[in-house]
Design a protein. Structure first.
Length: 440
């Protein structure tokens, strides 16, 4: 639903928000932050500032439904707000949009107390926006599934279930972390081709996976599937997600039950939940399935979802190596992709996940699966880009990478755009590889 919060002419008295590439007043994403030495609390990104929801509550800037929503969004996690559902998020969005509007009734009064309401983002620490109860990683990037499949099963790259089932595995919630941290190269069992027996040591093929992250809202009771027509009501918002992957450990451990330690080592998300409401202008039709593909089964097939269930979000993957960093050079752009390259919509993932009665809970997290295209420069991970490490990629400064080296920083960016609307961004999902722990 498009309303006054999406008006591209709306400007903010927070000057850095106007024309901001990620956080103009039309975005208003939710996160949890600590101001310089302060306790963790809910906030909203606006330009280069964070709007402090608990400070605004103390000043008495909310009433009615927006007051309940602001209270639910003011604590150390946003789970209470996620649980409250779309109406609460809309009430909060409308009120905060009004408060930050340059032409708002109280703009002058609020500007006078801006030092109480706003914090400089660069002086704040960001936290996971919600306590993650469960983390499910899908495999909806069909070009990734196909290309990765050609490396391990050239004769049969896509499994026969792929176009019927939004394939997923249950990954690890405890190791989900927020952008900006380090990921330690894991030790694990490796068995390279041609080696008779496995050994234990540092992963040699550490990779990233560019994914769309999905934050679940109210969820469902055990035994009560969410019909696809209602699935969007359970999606609070989206983020960027890096599913760090240890390819050598993965290829040895994954038969027959799928990935385990190769994935549970760590997963990073961007700190801001870009809400379903903020993303309304960037909804597009799910691209038609290629001729000959089966239609989704009825419980995954909904006309409104097919018409509006896809998001036009551009992604960019960048790499900053220690040498690039030392030279003060810009990160190297590894690839670009778009969320419309996913074969399944987010609503189809929700409907499928609950179709057996399994319950989703507020703060559950989904990864979409690696988002990749088919052409040059569109691979969402190094496994695809380098054909399993066979064809290392050359960076702007002449360095090459088959897989990640210690000290490499991987940076994801995402952006929604549509003619006639203000573009919004996700902020960044960044993570730096550190050396493996010494073996005992
Ligand atoms: Mn993944």
């Amino acid at each position: 639903m498009i309303d006054e919060t999406h008006d591209p002419a709306r400007a903010s008295w927070v000057v850095s928000a106007n024309g901001h590439e990620a956080f103009p007043i039309q975005n208003l994403p939710l996160g949890v932050f600590s101001p310089d030495g302060g306790t963790a609390r809910g906030g909203i990104a606006i330009g280069e500032k964070i709007f402090d929801i608990s400070a605004a509550l103390e000043i008495g800037l909310f009433s009615g439904a927006a007051l309940d929503a602001a209270q639910a969004a003011s604590g150390r996690t946003l789970n209470p707000l996620l649980e409250a559902g779309p109406a609460a998020r809309q009430a909060l969005r409308r009120r905060i949009g009004e408060l930050l509007d340059a032409k708002g009734a109280d703009a002058a009064k609020l500007q006078a107390i801006a030092n109480r309401l706003l914090h400089d983002t660069v002086r704040c620490a960001m936290h996971l926006p919600a306590r993650v109860g469960d983390f499910t990683d899908f495999f909806a990037g069909i070009h990734h599934a196909y290309t990765a499949g050609t490396i391990s099963r050239p004769e049969n790259p896509l499994m026969p279930n792929y176009k019927y089932v939004p394939v997923a595995y249950h990954s690890r919630a405890s190791s989900v972390g927020v952008s900006g941290g380090t990921v330690r190269r894991p030790n694990g069992q490796r068995k390279p081709p041609g080696q008779a027996d496995p050994d234990f040591g540092p992963c040699r093929n550490l990779d990233y996976e560019l994914e769309l992250g999905v934050w679940i809202g109210p969820g469902n009771a055990l035994g009560s599937p969410i019909p696809i027509a209602e699935a969007s009501d359970h999606v609070a918002g989206l983020c960027l997600l890096n599913d760090w992957s240890a390819r050598d450990i993965q290829s040895w451990e994954s038969q027959p039950l799928g990935p385990f330690l190769a994935k549970s080592l760590s997963t990073f998300v961007s700190p801001w939940i870009v809400t379903t409401e903020a993303l309304a202008p960037f909804r597009i039709a799910q691209p038609p399935r290629p001729a000959g593909d089966p239609a989704p089964l009825p419980h995954l097939n909904n006309p409104a979802d097919q018409a509006h269930g896809c998001f036009n979000i551009d992604f960019e993957v960048l790499l900053l190596t220690p040498r690039l960093r030392a030279a003060g050079a810009a990160p190297h752009v590894l690839s670009r992709a778009n969320a419309s390259m996913l074969y399944w919509t987010v609503a189809q993932m929700v409907a499928h996940h609950t179709s057996n009665g399994c319950n989703l809970q507020p703060g559950d997290l989904f990864g979409s699966g690696t988002v990749s295209g088919l052409g040059q420069g569109t691979a969402g991970c190094l496994l695809e880009m380098t054909r399993g490490g066979q064809n290392p990629t050359t960076l702007t400064n002449g360095e090459t990478r088959a897989y990640l080296h210690d000290g490499d920083e991987v940076i994801f960016r995402g952006r929604g755009h549509r003619a006639g609307y203000a573009s919004i961004g996700f902020g960044e999902c960044r993570g730096t590889v550190t050396e493996a722990l010494p073996l005992a």
